[in-house]
Ligand binder design. Sequence first.
Ligand SMILES: [Zn+2]
Length: 317
Amino acid sequence: MLAYPWGAGLVIDLGVRKLAVDTPKPVPGAFHIVTHAHADHIGAARKALSLVTPETHEMLKVLGSYQTETLSYGATRTVAGAEISFLSAGHIPGSAQILIDAERRIIVTGDWKLESDVLQPGAELPEDVDILFLETTFGAPQYQFPPRREVYPELLRWVRANLGVGNHVVLFGYAVGKSQELTALLNSAGIVPVVPERTHRVNALFGLKDVLIGSEGWREFVSQPRVFILPPNYGDLLPALEVELRRRIVAKSCSGWARNGFRLSSHADFWQTIEYVANVEPKLIITYGGNALQMAAVLKRQGFNAQPLSLLRSSWF
Ligand SMILES: [Zn+2]
């Protein structure tokens, strides 16, 4: 078997057929799989028919024109003698780990996290894994995130305090994934946020309540202090929005990278990664994504057979 990274994804050559997972472009002759609807993972699906979960299929319909066929969690699809199925990944709604049952049992985690959130349970722990392709974006000891049972109440306290003194509140989060988690959290506290169109359309897939910017009645709605959920690239617009809405705006980011915001990550942190591997006990671990070198070194020291995908390039294993 041959495997190599490409963009946020990878190519696994099973000998009879290549599997292209989350590649930015189609791979000639390959069978394509997209693990979830984040922009850096869906490039190939613009031109090549790609296997996705039904939830990801619905999200991609909102995001543009993509070629997809669906496979529900737990169902099986046979490709060149290998049985392929999806396990929940806990990253964003619709995200999947890929189980490839061929001569060996292979798992590709895709983006994942172990911790449950307000919208979905954490990643399912697969059994009897021979080879684990492990995404390690935050796979270094400095990445330790506080648990959501602490962050959620802290965020809601901050939101209520600011609304209480007459401020608008902006929470920054990606339109796909993080914005749905934030909307669901606010809804659970009886708060209806104000959102832009893409977020509104994805929210609607999951039955979440919001008010669309520019919709009928939204001006009246924002005459009171409200919470806005906006993609991070709206940051530059805040001064103009403050003038337009004639109300002070306070803003915080919600991401694993947010040093001064709420550390709500859709990825596993260092300790979740250690916990996942300790439970799954794969025979071989191939790390990929950010911190792949460092995480492979840590896992090796713990006695696992681990190496980064980047060093496997052009080598059979
Ligand atoms: Zn992602």
